[in-house]
Design a protein around this ligand. Sequence first.
Ligand SMILES: Nc1ncnc2c1ncn2[C@@H]1O[C@H](COP(=O)(O)OP(=O)(O)OP(=O)(O)O)[C@@H](O)[C@H]1O
Length: 365
Amino acid sequence: MKFFNREKEIKEITSILEGEPNQIYFIYGSINSGKTTLINHIINNKLDDNYKVFYINFRTYLISEKKDFIEAIFSTKKDDFLETIKDKSEVLNLITKGARILTGVPIPEVEFNKLFEERINDAFQYLNNIMLETRKNGKTPILILDELQMIKDITTNGQKYLLKELFQFLVSLTKEQHLCHVFCLTSDSLFAEYVYNTGELEGRAKHLLVDDFDKETSLRFMDFLAKEILNKPELPKEQKEQIYSLVGGKPADIYNIIDEIRYKKLDDILNQMLKVEVSKLNMFLEIMEYSKPKIEIGNNIIEINKKDVLNALKLFKNKYKIPIKEISLHIYSYLIKENILFLNPTEETLKPQSFLVWNAIKRVV
Ligand SMILES: Nc1ncnc2c1ncn2[C@@H]1O[C@H](COP(=O)(O)OP(=O)(O)OP(=O)(O)O)[C@@H](O)[C@H]1O
């Protein structure tokens, strides 16, 4: 897959990386807006060997307890051949000479096994030492935590949230020690909102939005893909308009459509996409009748009323984006959890997760 555009975001992130680590950066955006693709493009193509990237993707693990969290962060393997790291000198080798991007923080197997018996702070202490070693060897460490929301419900010692301890540690890495750049990625906008309003991160964290493309960029992206995938110089203007009016600037949707044009008619592709989305929404509303869904807000469990959901969705009939205060907290939280709405905490607005979802809403309610 060839990478397209995002000059503004690339400039912003590379400028951050040129400076001293000082804040935790949260990269957020609606589903499939291109967050992971962007950060991967930057670490693979825009950095020189003076950087060392520790990339942790929580999506690849099923995380339900502290032990899983530790397993996700650390790696006891030297390389893709799954050779085990035996001692500290092999860890140092990986940090100084190994690949620029490491998946997981390297640790000798014996030390890793010990982490399970000890307090979570020991894991953070080990991580801190690795960042110090990386610095000592003349490299700037970058820690990337992808899909961070996966750990939000993990408790340690029965009730204390692991997330809070992690945040404290990340503040120490950035604002206090200026040791390591930290980027957290999330597609869960309720989580992004929680982070945005978390008192202990005030003045210590910044949010960077990676949104769907605007219209002009989307049309250029279609021509870019027409060249890459279809071997055509561009797509006819009316086809581009047709695609945009159904899926807007969602990179993943645009990519899938152009790819399918290789073997299907555009009209058929678009009709099928809309049909599927409309039936998903209809099914969702129908199931609500029977399942009587509930949502936990603070310490309260609130039942979701179908009529309230329909009224909330009706607000989008003529508008793509609305102020958050127009929908009550439990209803919008539920619709976000169900991947129907996206919340932008910095703007305090709500919009459908995608243009396609918006088109379905307009037809169903
Ligand atoms: N800048 C880009 N250039 C080319 N293709 C892109 C770009 N951004 C996104 N895409 C396409 O969109 C797909 C989804 O992007 P990606 O997985 O990065 O989104 P995401 O925001 O990380 O998703 P999630 O919501 O699941 O976290 C990619 O697999 C790719 O096909």
